[in-house]
Ligand binder design. Structure first.
Ligand SMILES: NC(=O)c1ccc[n+]([C@@H]2O[C@H](COP(=O)([O-])OP(=O)(O)OC[C@H]3O[C@@H](n4cnc5c(N)ncnc54)[C@H](OP(=O)(O)O)[C@@H]3O)[C@@H](O)[C@H]2O)c1
Length: 253
Protein backbone atom coordinates (compact mmCIF):
# COMPACT_ATOMS: atom_id res chain seq x y z
CA UNK A 1 0.00 0.00 0.00
CA UNK A 2 1.22 3.52 -0.84
CA UNK A 3 2.22 5.78 2.06
CA UNK A 4 1.58 8.95 0.03
CA UNK A 5 -1.00 11.33 1.61
CA UNK A 6 -4.43 10.76 0.13
CA UNK A 7 -7.79 12.56 0.26
CA UNK A 8 -11.25 11.20 1.03
CA UNK A 9 -14.80 12.54 0.82
CA UNK A 10 -17.63 10.86 2.74
CA UNK A 11 -21.35 11.73 2.59
CA UNK A 12 -23.91 11.43 5.39
CA UNK A 13 -21.42 11.85 8.24
CA UNK A 14 -23.65 13.34 10.95
CA UNK A 15 -24.27 9.95 12.59
CA UNK A 16 -24.22 6.17 12.15
CA UNK A 17 -21.77 4.54 9.77
CA UNK A 18 -20.71 7.82 8.16
CA UNK A 19 -19.67 9.37 11.47
CA UNK A 20 -17.69 6.27 12.48
CA UNK A 21 -16.04 6.22 9.06
CA UNK A 22 -14.77 9.77 9.57
CA UNK A 23 -13.48 8.79 13.03
CA UNK A 24 -11.62 5.68 11.89
CA UNK A 25 -10.17 7.32 8.77
CA UNK A 26 -8.87 10.23 10.87
CA UNK A 27 -7.49 7.99 13.62
CA UNK A 28 -6.12 5.02 11.69
CA UNK A 29 -5.58 5.92 8.04
CA UNK A 30 -2.79 8.48 8.02
CA UNK A 31 -1.20 10.01 6.04
CA UNK A 32 -4.37 11.80 4.96
CA UNK A 33 -4.14 15.15 3.21
CA UNK A 34 -7.87 16.01 3.50
CA UNK A 35 -10.98 14.32 4.82
CA UNK A 36 -14.12 16.04 3.55
CA UNK A 37 -16.96 15.10 5.90
CA UNK A 38 -20.23 16.04 4.21
CA UNK A 39 -23.54 16.31 6.01
CA UNK A 40 -26.96 17.92 5.71
CA UNK A 41 -26.69 20.28 8.63
CA UNK A 42 -23.14 21.01 9.87
CA UNK A 43 -24.30 23.42 12.58
CA UNK A 44 -26.36 20.69 14.25
CA UNK A 45 -23.92 17.80 13.80
CA UNK A 46 -22.26 18.09 17.22
CA UNK A 47 -20.37 14.78 17.25
CA UNK A 48 -18.94 15.44 13.81
CA UNK A 49 -17.91 18.97 14.79
CA UNK A 50 -16.18 17.57 17.89
CA UNK A 51 -14.22 15.15 15.69
CA UNK A 52 -13.29 17.97 13.32
CA UNK A 53 -12.05 20.00 16.28
CA UNK A 54 -9.89 17.07 17.37
CA UNK A 55 -8.34 16.71 13.89
CA UNK A 56 -8.35 20.27 12.49
CA UNK A 57 -5.37 19.45 10.23
CA UNK A 58 -7.39 17.11 8.03
CA UNK A 59 -11.17 17.14 8.65
CA UNK A 60 -13.17 19.72 6.73
CA UNK A 61 -16.92 19.64 7.41
CA UNK A 62 -19.01 20.61 4.39
CA UNK A 63 -22.73 20.92 3.79
CA UNK A 64 -24.04 18.58 1.13
CA UNK A 65 -27.65 17.51 0.62
CA UNK A 66 -27.25 14.50 -1.64
CA UNK A 67 -30.89 14.79 -2.73
CA UNK A 68 -30.23 18.27 -4.15
CA UNK A 69 -28.10 18.51 -7.32
CA UNK A 70 -27.38 22.23 -6.66
CA UNK A 71 -26.00 21.42 -3.23
CA UNK A 72 -23.78 18.71 -4.79
CA UNK A 73 -22.49 21.23 -7.37
CA UNK A 74 -21.68 23.75 -4.65
CA UNK A 75 -19.82 21.15 -2.60
CA UNK A 76 -17.83 20.03 -5.67
CA UNK A 77 -16.76 23.64 -6.31
CA UNK A 78 -15.79 24.10 -2.65
CA UNK A 79 -13.78 20.87 -2.63
CA UNK A 80 -12.11 21.90 -5.90
CA UNK A 81 -10.98 25.18 -4.37
CA UNK A 82 -9.39 23.32 -1.43
CA UNK A 83 -7.73 20.49 -3.35
CA UNK A 84 -4.34 20.86 -4.94
CA UNK A 85 -3.21 19.32 -8.21
CA UNK A 86 -3.28 15.90 -6.64
CA UNK A 87 -7.10 15.72 -6.90
CA UNK A 88 -9.50 13.67 -4.78
CA UNK A 89 -8.56 10.01 -4.27
CA UNK A 90 -11.64 8.43 -2.73
CA UNK A 91 -15.38 9.21 -2.57
CA UNK A 92 -17.61 7.15 -0.27
CA UNK A 93 -21.29 7.59 -1.03
CA UNK A 94 -22.74 6.63 2.33
CA UNK A 95 -25.76 8.93 2.88
CA UNK A 96 -29.10 7.21 2.38
CA UNK A 97 -32.64 6.98 3.66
CA UNK A 98 -34.70 3.87 4.33
CA UNK A 99 -38.43 3.48 3.74
CA UNK A 100 -40.02 0.45 5.41
CA UNK A 101 -42.97 -0.26 3.13
CA UNK A 102 -44.07 -3.46 1.34
CA UNK A 103 -45.00 -3.46 -2.34
CA UNK A 104 -48.74 -2.81 -1.90
CA UNK A 105 -48.11 0.10 0.44
CA UNK A 106 -45.24 1.77 -1.43
CA UNK A 107 -46.26 5.18 -2.75
CA UNK A 108 -44.90 7.21 -5.64
CA UNK A 109 -43.54 9.66 -3.11
CA UNK A 110 -41.67 6.90 -1.18
CA UNK A 111 -40.14 5.62 -4.39
CA UNK A 112 -39.08 9.05 -5.63
CA UNK A 113 -37.62 10.06 -2.26
CA UNK A 114 -35.57 6.89 -2.03
CA UNK A 115 -34.34 7.20 -5.60
CA UNK A 116 -33.47 10.89 -5.16
CA UNK A 117 -31.28 10.26 -2.11
CA UNK A 118 -29.97 6.74 -2.62
CA UNK A 119 -29.53 6.54 -6.39
CA UNK A 120 -29.64 9.90 -8.17
CA UNK A 121 -27.58 11.58 -5.42
CA UNK A 122 -24.60 9.20 -5.73
CA UNK A 123 -24.86 9.38 -9.53
CA UNK A 124 -24.70 13.21 -9.51
CA UNK A 125 -21.81 13.10 -7.04
CA UNK A 126 -19.84 10.75 -9.31
CA UNK A 127 -20.51 13.03 -12.27
CA UNK A 128 -19.78 16.35 -10.50
CA UNK A 129 -16.64 15.15 -8.75
CA UNK A 130 -15.27 13.26 -11.75
CA UNK A 131 -12.70 15.97 -12.66
CA UNK A 132 -11.25 15.68 -9.14
CA UNK A 133 -11.02 11.87 -9.44
CA UNK A 134 -9.48 12.16 -12.90
CA UNK A 135 -6.86 14.56 -11.52
CA UNK A 136 -6.06 12.04 -8.77
CA UNK A 137 -5.80 9.13 -11.23
CA UNK A 138 -3.43 11.13 -13.47
CA UNK A 139 -1.34 12.47 -10.62
CA UNK A 140 -0.91 9.25 -8.63
CA UNK A 141 1.70 7.53 -10.76
CA UNK A 142 0.43 4.20 -9.35
CA UNK A 143 -0.37 1.28 -11.66
CA UNK A 144 -3.81 -0.40 -11.67
CA UNK A 145 -6.78 0.56 -9.51
CA UNK A 146 -6.96 1.29 -5.79
CA UNK A 147 -8.76 3.43 -3.23
CA UNK A 148 -5.57 5.43 -2.62
CA UNK A 149 -5.36 6.26 -6.32
CA UNK A 150 -8.87 7.17 -7.55
CA UNK A 151 -12.06 5.41 -6.47
CA UNK A 152 -15.76 5.66 -5.73
CA UNK A 153 -17.18 3.27 -3.15
CA UNK A 154 -20.96 3.27 -3.06
CA UNK A 155 -22.53 1.89 0.10
CA UNK A 156 -25.24 -0.51 -1.04
CA UNK A 157 -27.02 -3.29 0.83
CA UNK A 158 -27.60 -7.03 0.65
CA UNK A 159 -31.28 -6.05 0.32
CA UNK A 160 -30.48 -4.95 -3.25
CA UNK A 161 -29.87 -8.58 -4.18
CA UNK A 162 -32.37 -10.96 -5.74
CA UNK A 163 -30.59 -13.83 -4.04
CA UNK A 164 -30.70 -12.55 -0.45
CA UNK A 165 -34.33 -11.72 -0.01
CA UNK A 166 -35.31 -11.63 3.72
CA UNK A 167 -38.59 -10.17 2.50
CA UNK A 168 -40.85 -11.19 5.42
CA UNK A 169 -38.62 -9.40 7.89
CA UNK A 170 -37.60 -6.42 5.76
CA UNK A 171 -39.97 -5.65 2.87
CA UNK A 172 -38.60 -2.08 2.31
CA UNK A 173 -39.50 -2.01 -1.40
CA UNK A 174 -38.48 1.59 -2.26
CA UNK A 175 -35.15 1.16 -0.44
CA UNK A 176 -34.39 -2.20 -2.07
CA UNK A 177 -35.20 -0.86 -5.54
CA UNK A 178 -33.11 2.29 -5.03
CA UNK A 179 -30.08 0.23 -3.93
CA UNK A 180 -30.51 -2.21 -6.84
CA UNK A 181 -30.50 0.83 -9.15
CA UNK A 182 -27.39 2.13 -7.37
CA UNK A 183 -25.69 -1.20 -8.12
CA UNK A 184 -26.55 -0.86 -11.80
CA UNK A 185 -25.33 2.75 -11.95
CA UNK A 186 -22.07 1.72 -10.31
CA UNK A 187 -21.70 -1.17 -12.71
CA UNK A 188 -22.27 1.11 -15.73
CA UNK A 189 -19.87 3.73 -14.34
CA UNK A 190 -17.25 1.00 -13.84
CA UNK A 191 -17.39 0.28 -17.58
CA UNK A 192 -17.07 3.95 -18.57
CA UNK A 193 -14.31 4.78 -16.09
CA UNK A 194 -12.23 1.64 -16.57
CA UNK A 195 -9.85 3.19 -19.07
CA UNK A 196 -9.05 6.02 -16.66
CA UNK A 197 -8.35 3.47 -13.93
CA UNK A 198 -10.98 4.93 -11.58
CA UNK A 199 -12.19 2.11 -9.35
CA UNK A 200 -15.98 1.89 -8.84
CA UNK A 201 -17.15 -0.54 -6.21
CA UNK A 202 -20.09 -1.38 -3.93
CA UNK A 203 -19.96 -2.31 -0.25
CA UNK A 204 -22.55 -3.86 2.05
CA UNK A 205 -21.74 -2.83 5.65
CA UNK A 206 -23.49 -5.80 7.30
CA UNK A 207 -26.60 -5.44 9.43
CA UNK A 208 -25.42 -2.70 11.75
CA UNK A 209 -26.89 -1.17 14.92
CA UNK A 210 -27.58 2.41 13.75
CA UNK A 211 -30.73 4.49 13.47
CA UNK A 212 -31.36 2.80 10.11
CA UNK A 213 -30.30 -0.72 11.11
CA UNK A 214 -32.11 -0.61 14.48
CA UNK A 215 -31.08 -2.16 17.80
CA UNK A 216 -31.44 -5.77 16.55
CA UNK A 217 -28.54 -5.33 14.12
CA UNK A 218 -25.86 -8.04 14.19
CA UNK A 219 -22.78 -5.84 14.54
CA UNK A 220 -21.79 -2.39 15.81
CA UNK A 221 -20.50 0.50 13.72
CA UNK A 222 -16.91 -0.04 14.90
CA UNK A 223 -16.77 -3.60 13.52
CA UNK A 224 -18.50 -2.71 10.26
CA UNK A 225 -16.28 0.28 9.53
CA UNK A 226 -13.11 -1.53 10.58
CA UNK A 227 -13.97 -4.30 8.09
CA UNK A 228 -14.88 -1.90 5.30
CA UNK A 229 -11.71 0.18 5.72
CA UNK A 230 -9.53 -2.97 5.68
CA UNK A 231 -11.31 -3.99 2.52
CA UNK A 232 -10.93 -0.57 0.87
CA UNK A 233 -7.21 -0.74 1.63
CA UNK A 234 -6.93 -3.99 -0.29
CA UNK A 235 -9.27 -3.21 -3.20
CA UNK A 236 -7.90 -3.75 -6.71
CA UNK A 237 -9.20 -4.08 -10.27
CA UNK A 238 -10.88 -7.33 -9.09
CA UNK A 239 -13.41 -5.29 -7.07
CA UNK A 240 -14.31 -3.00 -10.00
CA UNK A 241 -18.11 -3.14 -10.47
CA UNK A 242 -18.51 -5.74 -7.68
CA UNK A 243 -20.69 -5.78 -4.53
CA UNK A 244 -18.88 -7.17 -1.50
CA UNK A 245 -19.74 -7.23 2.20
CA UNK A 246 -17.62 -5.82 5.04
CA UNK A 247 -15.92 -9.21 5.37
CA UNK A 248 -14.85 -9.18 1.72
CA UNK A 249 -17.38 -11.78 0.52
CA UNK A 250 -18.90 -11.16 -2.91
CA UNK A 251 -22.68 -10.70 -2.93
CA UNK A 252 -24.41 -11.77 -6.14
CA UNK A 253 -27.18 -9.33 -7.12
N1 LIG B 1 -27.36 0.03 9.18
C1 LIG B 1 -27.47 -1.05 8.41
O1 LIG B 1 -27.76 -2.16 8.89
C2 LIG B 1 -27.22 -0.95 6.94
C3 LIG B 1 -27.31 -2.14 6.18
C4 LIG B 1 -27.08 -2.08 4.81
C5 LIG B 1 -26.73 -0.88 4.23
N2 LIG B 1 -26.64 0.25 4.98
C6 LIG B 1 -26.25 1.50 4.31
O2 LIG B 1 -25.21 2.14 5.04
C7 LIG B 1 -25.28 3.56 4.85
C8 LIG B 1 -25.30 4.27 6.19
O3 LIG B 1 -26.40 3.79 6.95
P1 LIG B 1 -26.60 4.07 8.50
O4 LIG B 1 -27.06 2.78 9.09
O5 LIG B 1 -25.44 4.78 9.07
O6 LIG B 1 -27.89 5.05 8.43
P2 LIG B 1 -28.36 6.21 9.41
O7 LIG B 1 -27.93 5.94 10.78
O8 LIG B 1 -29.81 6.39 9.13
O9 LIG B 1 -27.54 7.48 8.85
C9 LIG B 1 -27.84 7.98 7.57
C10 LIG B 1 -27.00 9.21 7.31
O10 LIG B 1 -27.34 9.70 6.00
C11 LIG B 1 -27.62 11.08 6.13
N3 LIG B 1 -28.54 11.56 5.10
C12 LIG B 1 -29.81 11.15 4.83
N4 LIG B 1 -30.32 11.86 3.81
C13 LIG B 1 -29.34 12.73 3.43
C14 LIG B 1 -29.26 13.73 2.43
N5 LIG B 1 -30.28 14.01 1.62
N6 LIG B 1 -28.10 14.42 2.31
C15 LIG B 1 -27.07 14.17 3.12
N7 LIG B 1 -27.09 13.27 4.10
C16 LIG B 1 -28.22 12.55 4.25
C17 LIG B 1 -28.21 11.26 7.53
O11 LIG B 1 -28.13 12.64 7.90
P3 LIG B 1 -29.11 13.33 9.00
O12 LIG B 1 -28.55 12.93 10.34
O13 LIG B 1 -28.97 14.78 8.73
O14 LIG B 1 -30.49 12.78 8.76
C18 LIG B 1 -27.25 10.35 8.31
O15 LIG B 1 -26.04 11.00 8.56
C19 LIG B 1 -26.53 3.80 4.00
O16 LIG B 1 -26.16 3.90 2.65
C20 LIG B 1 -27.35 2.54 4.22
O17 LIG B 1 -28.24 2.29 3.17
C21 LIG B 1 -26.89 0.26 6.32
Amino acid sequence: MSSKPFSVLITGTSRGLGLEMVKQFAETQRPLSMLFACCLDPANSEELQALAKKHPDIIKVLRMDVADPDSIKQAAAQVGSLLGQSGLNLIINNAAIAVYSPFLKSSVEDMLNCYKTNTVGPMCIMQEFLPHLQAAAKHSGMPGMSCRKAAVVNISSNLSSNEIVLYDKLPMVPYRASKAALNMITSCASLELQKEEILCSLLHPGWVRTKMGGSDGEIDVEESIHGMIQLMNSMTDKHHGELVNYKGQTIPW
